[in-house]
Design a protein around this ligand. Structure first.
Ligand code: ADP
Ligand code: ZN
Length: 218
């Protein structure tokens, strides 16, 4: 099963993708996490992409598509994948469709997590991430049990350098210009399920699982 989680920065895709992937035994592949790990390790890829991340711009499609296709070819992705933060442009979506078609596979479902813009801004400014396992927390909605510490692994929580007000504004602009058109792209393919991304976290997760089960039984 191949599933895409689509939505703006701050929509809660990452949080839900982590939970749902674990529940359904799918791999959780987040391109933003892969890029941040590369930057942290100082790899060749990391050096190439760090300025894009810092400024809230998209990494070029060729670099992103290559990294993603390599990642989903790994053995842990055999049972299926939740893609989080990819595709983010029409070109990426087309490249993914083509690569999957070559393998005789296809995207099963696209979950569009919809959150109002003022709520996105509020969430991004109070977001904290685990340095070790990338689990996201929110100082307002979903704080960790112990301040500054990850519930899942005990790692240190930090605020992402691209969660500054200026960069957040840029990332939202990029989202509306480049990524939002994908909503229509997948709607036309009959694959889109829209899920309200506000309200309590458990409820959002249940709506997502329900939308995925529907896809399996089609
Ligand atoms: P968010 O969704 O909160 O903006 P991500 O962790 O998904 O955060 O992405 C962080 C940054 O990584 C983006 O601003 C961009 O620079 C880069 N990035 C992640 N995914 C992609 C992608 N599919 N295409 C291009 N750039 C990407
Ligand atoms: Zn952690």
């Amino acid at each position: 099963m191949y599933v895409i989680f689509l939505g703006a920065p701050g929509a809660g895709k990452g949080t839900q993708a982590g939970i749902v992937a674990q529940k359904l035994g799918l791999a959780h592949v987040a391109t933003g996490d892969l890029f941040r790990q590369a930057v942290a390790k100082g790899t060749e890829l990391g050096l190439k992409v760090q300025s894009y991340l810092k400024e809230g711009k998209l990494v070029p499609d060729d670099v992103t598509v290559k990294m993603l296709l390599e990642r989903i070819a790994a053995p842990d992705c055999r049972a299926g994948v939740i893609l989080d933060g990819f595709p983010r442009t029409l070109e990426q979506a087309r490249a993914l469709d083509k690569a999957l078609a070559d393998l005789g596979k296809t995207i099963d479902r696209v979950i569009y997590v919809n959150v109002a813009e003022d709520e996105l801004l509020r969430r991004l400014s109070s977001r904290w991430i685990c340095r070790a396992c990338q689990a996201p927390y929110n100082a307002v909605n979903s704080p960790p049990a112990v301040k500054g510490k990850c519930d899942r692994c005990g790692g240190e929580l930090y605020q992402r350098p691209d969660d500054t007000p200026e960069t957040v504004k840029k990332r939202l602009q990029v989202y509306f210009a480049e990524t939002a058109p994908l909503i229509d792209y997948y709607k036309r393919q009959g694959k889109l399920a829209e899920v309200a991304g506000e309200g309590d976290m458990a409820g959002i997760g249940q709506r997502i699982i329900a939308a995925l089960k529907e896809a399996v039984h089609r």
